[in-house]
Design a protein. Structure first.
Length: 154
């Protein structure tokens, strides 16, 4: 599996996602611009000593990331308002779970161009704008891993 963070802004969220990726052997992709420096103390603290166990890639922008995509790779865009629940999808082991910036989410144009790949996590309180980025990544990733029988676990 792959987790893609598009222009993440909050170091502890990215650190927590890195820790998640280390624990699940998930590849992490960070797409610039980042809202922090990669040597940020909060980023390291949230990721603890897991960074050395994460396979991760840094991309200068969305286009550079997309240009490396291989035929058949599936990108799932997780953002509120999506037409499909994340639990309605049959995930593949090589799928990419794409999450946007904490303050702005994914670009509307990207979502509108990919409605069949736009997934949402249900929210029950209309006054709650969003869930925490690292929590969303964990929810969707573990559903995908569950569907695959948690292959490779200890």
């Amino acid at each position: 599996m792959h987790i893609v963070l598009v222009e993440p802004e909050i170091p502890p969220n990215t650190g927590n996602v890195a820790r998640l990726c280390a624990a699940t052997r998930t590849v992490l992709h960070l797409i610039e611009p980042l809202g922090f420096k990669l040597d940020d103390a909060q980023l390291k603290r949230a990721g603890m000593d897991y960074w050395e166990h994460v396979e991760w890639h840094r991309w200068r922008n969305w286009d550079e990331f997309c240009n490396k995509a291989q035929p058949g790779e599936r990108l799932w865009f997780i953002e509120s308002g999506g037409p499909h629940l994340y639990t309605e999808i049959n995930f593949n082991p090589d799928d990419f779970l794409v999450f946007g910036r904490e303050t702005a989410g994914l670009p509307k144009k990207l979502l509108e161009e990919n409605p069949q790949r736009w997934l949402r996590i249900p929210m029950f309180n209309p006054n709650a704008r969003s869930l925490n980025l690292s929590n969303c990544a964990a929810l969707v990733l573990f559903e995908a891993l569950r569907q695959q029988g948690f292959a490779g676990t200890q």
